[in-house]
Ligand binder design. Structure first.
Ligand SMILES: Cc1cc2nc3c(=O)[nH]c(=O)nc-3n(C[C@H](O)[C@H](O)[C@H](O)COP(=O)(O)OP(=O)(O)OC[C@H]3O[C@@H](n4cnc5c(N)ncnc54)[C@H](O)[C@@H]3O)c2cc1C
Length: 417
């Protein structure tokens, strides 16, 4: 059978794209092929699944805002936790970004500026005067977390219900050109040598993009870089959060996600007595190519001890008083698929093949918009209306080519964590 479209890669981006292909081209036959036994078990399963509309680049903001609007419509199904984001700055950082931050808050729904006193009302931060002491913050009220598994299952269910075919446990080894042609792809050949024919192909293999595109003569510009998360015991949320006036645990269950001035970010899960922490290291952390699809990255507890735990002790005096090291309950690692020049997604086409990736650490929170745009690119639509993407909640017409490589019109995103 020859499909109208074959999507390669069943992570969040591939699933959302496949779902929107069926809507963009009704009547088309769409198949999705995923190397692993289950969809959404690559980097989509390793994310912190945080979402936020706080971004420096207007493009990132549009993609996130419209995706968040969609997710809020399925809040219960997606396990949405709208607990907000507190992005903290030291005095010296703030001096450099104050004007930009005020502008950003003006452009961002449900965002506000907090001074040290307001921050102190919710977090038990050190009041020290060191370089990194928190002096200002931006609070994002339209931020939180969701279940990545539930979101993947949501797109997969809608895709299959619409007649889409999912083939799991089938890894594509190479893309094959049409006989006698150097212009068109005819098939994707799996690791057993079987061919999957299609009119058009969408490659959505995340950090493994270049492994498939490189041998086909295509430079994606997307590079994998390892990122790690550590869940540590939070038996006493009191060291993190100011006591709830009512004295109940309930007040703390609304603890926001936090970005500290040094870049450590925290996702507190007080009801499970856990807190997840991450930090993105750049220098010395290599870009890794090629990166075989079955490989699994391991977290490095030494990295937590050397780079993350000292930051937590510095900022939270309640923890500094504790002599024992924090107990890591579980830790995992994956790879960001970076498009390094501006750290926004790439959606490009060459001949009858579209590739989509470069989500740069925010592919879950932007997946809905990326899926719509990648589907439009594959179908040949130039514009997509992104629902409720604008600062006042208005729909915004987005030119799909703005995310291409050749006609790119994207600002650099500086808030990648
Ligand atoms: C530690 C960490 C924390 C993160 N935290 C967040 C966060 O809080 N919020 C957020 O929005 N984003 C976060 N991200 C980023 C997010 O996980 C990614 O942007 C997103 O998962 C990208 O989705 P994807 O579908 O492109 O990639 P993936 O989910 O990796 O999917 C690609 C799929 O392609 C398959 N594949 C690869 N090669 C082949 C082949 N040859 N044939 C067939 N199938 C193939 C893989 O098996 C995989 O399932 C985080 C990432 C990491 C690593």
């Amino acid at each position: 059978m020859k499909f109208s479209y074959l999507v390669i890669g069943g992570g969040m981006v591939g699933l959302a794209t496949a779902r929107y292909l069926l809507l963009a081209d009704p009547g088309a036959s769409v198949a999705l092929v995923e190397a692993k036994a289950r969809t959404c078990s690559g980097n989509s399963a390793r994310s912190a699944a945080l979402y936020r509309n706080l971004f420096s680049s207007p493009t990132s903001r549009l993609l996130a805002e419209s995706s968040i609007s969609y997710y809020l419509g399925f809040a219960t199904e997606l396990g949405l936790r709208p607990n907000g984001y507190l992005w903290c700055f030291s005095a010296s950082q703030w001096a450099g970004v104050a004007a930009a931050a005020a502008g950003l808050v003006g452009q961002t729904r449900a965002a506000s500026l907090l001074d040290a006193a307001a921050i102190g009302a919710s977090l038990r931060l050190s009041d020290g005067s060191g370089d990194q002491a928190v002096s200002q913050a931006i609070f994002g009220g339209r931020c939180g977390s969701l279940s990545a598994q539930a979101l993947g299952a949501h797109y997969e269910r809608l895709f299959e219900a619409g007649g889409g075919i999912v083939q799991r446990g089938r890894s594509i080894a190479r893309l094959e050109l049409a006989p006698g042609s150097v212009q068109r792809f005819a098939a994707a050949v799996d690791t057993t040598g079987k061919r999957l024919e299609a009119e058009r192909f969408v490659v959505a293999t995340g950090c493994w993009l270049q492994d498939l595109l490189g041998p086909a003569g295509i430079a994606s510009g997307v590079y994998p870089k390892k990122r790690q998360l550590f869940a540590f015991r939070l038996d006493d949320p009191g060291w993190l959060a100011a006591a709830d006036p009512s004295g109940s645990e309930r007040g703390r269950s609304g603890l926001p996600n936090i970005i500290l001035p040094g870049g450590v970010y925290l996702k507190p899960i007080p009801e499970r007595r856990l807190c997840v922490a991450g930090l993105a290291d750049d220098l010395g952390r290599p870009f890794e190519l090629p990166y075989a699809p079955v490989e699994r990255a391991a977290a490095e507890p030494d990295y937590f001890r050397a780079a993350i735990e000292p930051e937590l002790r510095r900022h939270f005096p309640g923890l500094a008083a504790q002599a024992e090291p924090l107990t890591i309950v579980t830790a995992w690692a994956g790879h960001y698929d970076y498009y390094w020049p501006d750290r926004n997604p790439v959606i490009e086409r060459i001949s009858n093949l579209v590739w989509v990736g470069g989500c740069s650490g925010s592919g879950i929170m932007k997946a809905d918009a990326i899926g719509r745009l990648a589907a439009a690119k594959a179908v040949g639509q130039a514009q997509v209306s992104l629902a409720q993407a604008g600062p006042a909640g208005e729909d915004v017409a987005f030119s799909v080519d703005d995310l291409s490589l050749r006609q790119r019109r994207v600002e650099r995103e500086s808030l990648v964590i």
